[in-house]
Design a protein around this ligand. Structure first.
Ligand code: GUN
Ligand code: ZN
Length: 436
């Protein structure tokens, strides 16, 4: 049976890149729009008056006057198993991992527990308007199985992978170079491209993998060009010193990954807070992307990622936005963008709200090589949508009433918004979250 959805209301999407043109000029804004979807795919987009006659007979229209409909948001870096230790006090990266994260991740050998947290996590993503994410599981294949099962049931487009970690971690969280390879290969066979699920080869970060494990991760990637890779890079000073000690023969932290064959399109490097000019050059040349995680970087005291330096036109690096929960204290990309704005201000730069929203939608999709599937409201793309209500809260309402332009409304939304600002979330044309 064909499945039709018709959604009416103000919408916005991007027809250009707001980092290369006047940011607001990159936005397509339709004050009274209609989005038609069939079998999960957007079939027509335009003004209500122009398209209303195309609504199939018998279909009720979901109408959102005074809202702003956007493409669903894309979180390019997040750890679902860390949900139970989100907002844990007082430590920077390495101590935070030892104290809170490793004990929490040890529980995911139990697939029943993994299913329960995966389900909560995916529901929470939808409540904040995120429809695609690049997700770390744990070292246990069960944690991946549970996550993909739950995501497949919802038909969300998710990228995930088993963490590879064969040293410098508690014994119950370690694999070996060979077992990590074999388990990842089996999960790729089972899940990569099944429905909307996509696999990321996931070495946690250089300190917890031997050179053999990183090399095998590279060999695994070499088997298929459409696989993703995710890891952490240049997040924290103590971590950086440790990588120098562990890999004395490598020219830099990034070079550890480079020599293992991990840098290419669809490789996502989280943080890059302390990246230097050569690092940005190399990321540009290899086509890998950086997940900018300002909420997490502030929470752990890691530093300020120089976003506008990374985006320099002559060697521009692909950038997405990451919540990095549990180091990030919120799954809401609106809240992460609010942190991103403040970090940019601290560096003497200005993140325009249209640039922020682009990074969280079309730009994020582009950074993952998924721009032909998600990230915009356009015929042929998946109908993954987020319906914002800028007036959802008393403050949002008072601020929106005084707003003088679309930019102003968007800015207030990204500065003040959170889960309450998401009225509804659609995944492949189906409404999976509604605030009512
Ligand atoms: N580096 C290695 N593992 C992690 C992690 O789980 N979170 C963050 N923020 N950084 C890491
Ligand atoms: Zn992380």
């Amino acid at each position: 049976m064909t499945d039709h959805t018709a959604i009416r209301g103000p919408f916005l999407t991007f027809h250009a890149d707001p980092f290369t043109v006047d940011p607001i000029e990159a936005v397509t804004h339709q004050p009274d729009g209609l989005i038609l979807c069939k079998d999960g795919i957007i079939t027509a987009v335009g003004a209500w008056d122009d398209l209303k006659d195309q609504i199939p007979q018998g279909i009720t229209v979901d109408h959102y006057p005074n809202h702003l409909i956007s493409a669903g948001m894309v979180d390019t870096h997040v750890h679902y198993p860390q949900l139970p230790v989100i907002a844990s006090y007082g430590e920077q990266l390495l101590e935070w991992l030892e104290t809170y994260v490793f004990p929490a991740e040890a529980r995911y050998a139990d697939i029943t527990y993994a299913r329960q947290i995966a389900r909560t996590f995916l529901n929470e993503l939808l409540r904040v308007g995120t429809t695609t994410a690049a997700v770390y599981c744990t070292v246990h294949p069960e944690s991946v199985e549970a996550f993909f099962e739950e995501s497949d049931r919802l038909n969300t487009c998710m990228i995930a992978g088993k963490v590879l970690m064969d040293r410098n971690a508690p014994e119950n969280l370690r694999d070996t170079a060979q077992s990590g390879y074999d388990q990842s290969a089996a999960l790729i066979d089972r899940w990569h491209g099944r429905g909307r699920q996509l696999y990321a080869v996931t070495p946690r970060f250089a300190p917890t993998s031997t050179p053999e494990q990183l090399d095998l991760a590279g060999s695994l990637l070499a088997t298929r060009p459409d696989l993703f890779m995710q890891t952490h890079l240049l997040e924290n000073q103590s971590e950086i010193e440790w990588v120098k000690e562990l890999f004395p023969n490598r020219a830099s932290y990034l070079d550890v990954y480079d020599k293992a064959g991990l840098l290419r399109p669809r490789a996502i490097l989280a943080h890059g807070v302390h990246a230097q000019e050569e690092d940005f050059q190399r990321c540009h040349n290899t086509g890998c992307s950086i997940a900018h995680c300002p909420g997490s970087n502030q929470f752990l005291g890691s530093g300020s990622f120089p976003l506008f330096n990374a985006l320099k036109p002559e060697r521009r690096v692909k950038i997405g936005i990451g919540s990095d929960v549990g180091a990030g204290p919120s799954l809401s990309l609106l809240q992460v963008l609010s942190d991103g704005y403040k970090v940019a201000q601290g560096l003497g730069t200005k993140l325009h709200p249209a640039q922020g929203l682009w990074l969280a939608t079309a730009g994020g999709a582009h950074s993952l090589g998924l721009e032909h599937q998600i990230g915009a409201i356009k015929p042929g793309l998946h109908a993954d949508l987020c319906v914002f209500d800028p007036s959802a809260t008393p403050l949002g309402k008072i601020r929106t009433q005084t707003a003088e332009s679309l930019s102003d409304i968007l800015f207030a939304l990204t500065m003040l918004g959170d889960d309450r600002s998401v009225q509804a979330t659609y995944v492949a044309g189906r409404k999976l979250h509604s605030r009512d």
